[in-house]
Design a protein. Structure first.
Length: 238
């Protein structure tokens, strides 16, 4: 395997032996001596190759069951060499700053860190990607990347907003099948969703009542439909 052909995401799901083998191959292709460091904790374990700029996390800690669930790729610093065994995910380059990342990937689904002591970071769950920057100022558009974390991508239909991909807190109050982070995203999706929302279609089918047939054709359904649309709301998710 040529180093430039290596895809770090391929480490996801590997057991410890398989992961050691892959990293060992990369070590053999490295121009500098590479040592693999292993540390185990009560709920996880880490295998680190600082000279490669790579670290992986295994969960659970039990070696017989442990599988890689996160791959960390480091820029130079904190004892790590800059990762260069393969491309960074989503076309990222180590030369990119915080503003460049957002322009390339769009608004993140989550943000964390900041303040006096904690460096800022952003997450793209649907891409399976976290990006940790070096500095703690959210207003710094030239904040360099410290490391990126690669993990299994999340399906937008499972816990993420249907519209923007942020973590969802609500769901359609009629069918419970589509998730949103806010009422504005739910309203933005309603024009499309009302065509396949089982709860809405069921309500719509039951709108006709005997007295409605006495109304002019143009008024049939519209009176009831208006009140039904006002009942569309967001439920808190479990």
């Amino acid at each position: 395997m040529a180093p430039t052909d290596f895809e770090a995401s391929e480490l996801l799901g590997l057991d410890q032996d398989a992961c050691r083998t892959v990293l060992g191959d990369l070590c053999g292709a490295s121009l500098r001596p590479v040592e693999l460091e292993f540390k185990s904790f009560h709920d996880c374990a880490y295998l680190t190759a600082k000279a490669l700029g790579v670290q992986v996390r295994f969960t659970p800690a039990d070696p017989s069951q442990a599988r890689v669930d996160v791959v960390f790729l480091y820029n130079d610093g904190e004892g790590f060499a800059q990762y260069s065994a393969g491309p960074l995910p989503e076309g990222l380059q180590w030369s990119h700053h915080s503003k460049d990342v957002v322009l390339m990937l769009g608004e993140p689904s989550d943000k964390y860190g900041g303040g006096r002591f904690r460096a800022v970071g952003i997450s793209y769950e649907t891409l399976g990607l976290d990006i940790q920057f070096r500095e703690s100022n959210w207003n710094d558009e030239k904040n360099p990347m410290a490391f990126v974390s690669i993990f299994p991508r999340l399906d937008p239909s499972h816990g993420l907003c249907q519209i923007c991909g942020k973590l969802a807190s609500f769901r359609c109050g009629l069918c419970k099948q589509r998730s949103y982070c806010s009422s504005s995203c739910q309203k933005a999706d309603w024009t499309k969703h009302q065509g396949d929302c089982p709860g809405f279609l069921e309500k719509k089918a039951s709108l006709r009542w005997e007295g409605e047939l006495m109304l002019p054709r143009c008024q049939q359904l519209s009176r009831k439909l208006t009140s039904t649309l006002s009942e569309v709301f967001l439920d808190s998710m479990d």
